[in-house]
Design a protein around this ligand. Structure first.
Ligand SMILES: Cc1cc2nc3c(=O)[nH]c(=O)nc-3n(C[C@H](O)[C@H](O)[C@H](O)COP(=O)(O)OP(=O)(O)OC[C@H]3O[C@@H](n4cnc5c(N)ncnc54)[C@H](O)[C@@H]3O)c2cc1C
Length: 378
């Protein structure tokens, strides 16, 4: 991927911020709540307004820019990619399908980082089979009343608002609608999970107990929620892949330096082919996944279909990143296994995004579906 001058400058700025401001604090958010000031600092670099128009405080820089933000910030803290992702998904959806009042109130807040946004689709009994959700909305004077439980929502712990996918019609995808729900509403309760990693993102459940949502908070046409969710996943899967790759490439860069300095049996580790070839192999695979991610996002910027490309980037990026980071951990020996170095945390975090937004099995099923005759975009 060859960036233009503006993209390269954006990438350089974010990489230097990631190393200067995020890396040292990466482990801190394992045990402490994330500092709201840090989120606003990240937003001030433009990372949360990339799919929001300038009139609402964003830059409308596009999909490749989202990939750059995800990759570069993940070099310091992979979980920060979650902020890039959710502000892009929600920013794009509210811009396209939101009412004027919702756009005016929420888009500037998302762009400036004073409101963290979430997307709640998954339920305790419906994940991969997302069209099977049962959270319902019923008509009630001038709006709707929501009831049901959403599971595994990124930022459930502190998001200010969420796009919530609910059933307003019959069974299947055509009965699903998207609502924008401010989460300080009466009847909303949150529960943060004790996750393997990704503590920064306070993943958890959102329970809606007769929560009123006015008509102007319905996004787009009733029954179009499933299409909206799939539109978001299409580009976001590539953004996730690039985040995982960024975290793993940083690990490899650190490991290259380490193996030049660490000697065993009178020779630096880097002089052993068993070591350097491992690194070369991981580097090659990660760069292939990286290029696929940017290719999907370039197609998105051109308004062309990118479903299969994003699905490929989504399964390759996190899976190959986990493998690469694991190798880096091993190549650091006893110290790599400790929490003083970032490899264990990076592995835990990347494993989460093997699952989030669609598992490898589902990603490969999407690629296969496109290959076996239903591809329409070539
Ligand atoms: C870190 C993280 C962040 C997340 N963030 C969000 C979020 O912000 N919002 C949100 O709505 N959801 C979120 N999720 C939920 C995520 O999208 C779902 O967990 C995922 O789609 C899988 O659904 P499931 O967990 O119900 O697994 P299931 O659908 O029950 O699948 C279980 C296993 O079976 C496999 N499987 C399922 N169906 C098939 C099939 N047809 N063929 C072969 N294998 C199959 C799956 O690949 C998986 O390995 C997040 C999850 C994680 C881990």
């Amino acid at each position: 991927m060859i960036f233009d001058d503006e993209q390269q400058q954006f990438a350089d700025t974010l990489r230097s911020f990631a190393r200067r401001r995020l890396k040292d604090q990466y482990a801190r958010w394992e045990t402490e709540p994330v500092d709201a000031g840090l989120i606003e600092e990240i937003a001030s670099l433009g990372a949360t307004g990339l799919l929001i128009a300038e009139e609402y405080g964003g830059s409308a820089a596009g999909y490749v820019a989202c990939g750059i933000a995800s990759e570069e910030l993940s070099r310091g803290d992979f979980n920060v990619s979650g902020l890039v992702q959710l502000s892009a998904i929600v920013g794009a959806a509210l811009s396209r399908w939101g009412s004027d009042s919702v756009k005016a109130e929420w888009l500037p807040r998302i762009a400036e980082g004073s409101a963290v946004a979430a997307l709640a689709l998954t339920e305790p009994d419906a994940g991969s089979d997302a069209a099977a959700i049962t959270t319902r909305a019923a008509r009630s004077g001038g709006g709707w009343v929501l009831s049901g439980e959403k599971a595994s929502t990124t930022f459930a712990g502190y998001a200010a608002g969420a796009i919530v996918m609910v059933r307003t019609g019959g069974p299947g995808p055509g009965g699903v609608s998207a609502f924008w729900v401010p989460l300080d509403q009466h009847g909303v309760t949150r529960q943060v999970y004790d996750s393997l990693g990704g503590k920064f993102t306070a993943r958890g459940s959102l329970v809606f107990d007769d929560v009123f949502v006015p008509d102007d908070h319905v996004l787009g046409e009733l029954g179009s929620g499933f299409v909206q969710a799939m539109t978001a996943f299409d580009f976001n899967r590539a953004v996730i892949g690039l985040g995982a790759v960024g975290s793993a490439l940083e690990s490899l860069d650190e490991t290259i330096e380490y193996t030049k300095q660490r000697s065993t049996f009178g020779q630096p580790l880097s002089s052993r082919q068993a070591v350097s070839q491992q690194i070369a192999e991981h580097y090659s695979k990660l760069n292939a996944a990286r290029l696929m991610g940017y290719h999907a996002l370039e197609l998105a910027d051109l308004g062309r279909g990118h479903t299969a490309e994003a699905a490929m980037a989504k399964w390759m990026g996190p899976a190959w990143s986990v493998d690469a980071i694991h190798a880096c951990l091993r190549l650091h020996g006893w110290s790599g296994y400790g929490e003083d170095l970032p490899f264990a945390q990076r592995m835990r975090d990347a494993i989460g995004l093997e699952i989030g937004d669609g598992t490898p099995e589902i990603m490969k099923a999407i690629v296969a579906r496109e290959l076996f005759g239903t591809a329409t975009h070539r």
